[in-house]
Design a protein around this ligand. Structure first.
Ligand SMILES: NC(=O)c1ccc[n+]([C@@H]2O[C@H](COP(=O)([O-])OP(=O)(O)OC[C@H]3O[C@@H](n4cnc5c(N)ncnc54)[C@H](OP(=O)(O)O)[C@@H]3O)[C@@H](O)[C@H]2O)c1
Length: 157
């Protein structure tokens, strides 16, 4: 099953200077819980962003795949050159964790979406790509102060 997780503000903003535009400990806790025991797939920019947050500490994932068109090597991750082929052939569960480019490429394959709605408008430079949420149904949600955690499941006829 292909799963995707992200947090976005009222204007679908997701990033600022290759970092998150906000700091919500509850969302970070939720993200950690949702990604601790499942392989994760991210783009090279998001990998560099997480490395800057964690500095020398290891990234807290079981198995890491990084999409990158350049011939880069990662000490703690497997490089994915063809994301379409990878997602078509991957048979286990995986969580796609960003950023914008990788969300856009992976959306057609997604079975579940975990969206954190940040109920404010922030400044930044990266927005979630336009997509059709009508292809999914809301299967769970929880409200926490300025955040709504939600789960959507793809509608299959
Ligand atoms: N709010 C959230 O939940 C959330 C989550 C994650 C990230 N973010 C934010 O999103 C922003 C980063 O997004 P981004 O779009 O700039 O970067 P990204 O999606 O993390 O990574 C993009 C990289 O993917 C590689 N790529 C592009 N097309 C590919 C393909 N067809 N196959 C394989 N690899 C491919 C390219 O690497 P090369 O150019 O090196 O070849 C490209 O630089 C940051 O601001 C970050 O903080 C927000």
């Amino acid at each position: 099953m292909i799963k995707m997780i992200w947090a976005m503000d009222e204007n679908h903003l997701i990033g600022k200077g290759n970092l998150l535009p906000w700091h919500y400990p509850k969302d970070l806790e939720y993200f950690k819980q949702m990604t601790a025991s499942i392989p994760v797939l991210m783009g090279d920019m998001t990998y560099q962003s997480l490395k800057s947050y964690y500095r020398k500490k290891p990234l807290p994932f079981q198995k890491i795949y990084v999409a990158n068109l350049e011939d880069a090597k990662y000490e703690d991750a497997t490089r994915i050159e063809d994301i379409h082929q990878f997602l078509k052939e991957f048979t286990e569960d995986i969580m796609v964790i960003g950023g914008k480019t990788i969300y856009q490429l992976a959306l057609p394959y997604a079975d579940k979406l975990y969206i954190t709605y940040v109920l404010k408008a922030y400044q930044g430079d990266v927005y979630f790509p336009h997509f059709d949420l009508n292809q999914f149904k809301l299967t769970w949600y929880k409200t926490e102060e300025q955040l709504i955690f939600s789960e959507y499941t793809r509608i299959t006829s």
